[in-house]
Design a protein around this ligand. Structure first.
Ligand code: HEM
Length: 120
């Protein structure tokens, strides 16, 4: 009988120990928020895409792949193609004719954004 009491007491404290340990698991750090960084390109990267069949431009700190858009542009290619591979902010803002592009043009432009221009 004495042995049984001892055994039961031991079992009780073992259960207490297991219960206590289960509550002391190391707290896990909250998962970091996913921040999707945009790709960064240098001017040299942009300059490697300077032809009608592969045309990137840097405009106001962002980089655009305009290859697919060029055939849609409502001018002769010779108006826009010279800006492939270049920093074209001024050309975009003035159409080289002192007139800004429309908000619709800027919406189209946004669809071709592939990253940002890295600081030199
Ligand atoms: C950076 C070099 C560029 C130059 C020199 C240029 C020049 C021009 C010119 C001369 C016109 C026709 C004349 C006029 O509407 O006043 C025009 C119209 C237009 N361009 Fe460009 N363009 C350039 C880039 C772009 C880009 C990157 C987009 C869009 C992705 C774009 C979209 C349009 C649209 C939608 C029009 C019709 C008129 C408007 O909505 O403003 N252009 N552009």
């Amino acid at each position: 009988m004495q042995k049984l009491v001892l055994f039961a007491t031991g079992l009780f404290w073992l259960a207490v120990a297991v219960f206590a340990a289960s509550g002391t698991t190391t707290p896990t750090a909250p998962a970091p928020l996913a921040v999707v960084a945009e790709k960064r390109y240098t001017r040299a990267d942009v300059a490697r895409h300077a032809v009608e069949a592969d045309c990137w431009m840097a405009i106001d700190g962002a980089v655009y792949d305009l290859t697919a858009y060029l055939p849609e542009h409502p001018t002769r290619p010779s108006v826009i193609v010279p800006w492939c591979g270049k920093e074209a902010s001024e050309a975009y803002k003035t159409k080289t004719r002192g007139r800004p592009h429309s908000p619709e043009a800027t919406r189209l432009l946004a669809a071709h954004r592939i990253g940002v221009l890295a600081r030199p």
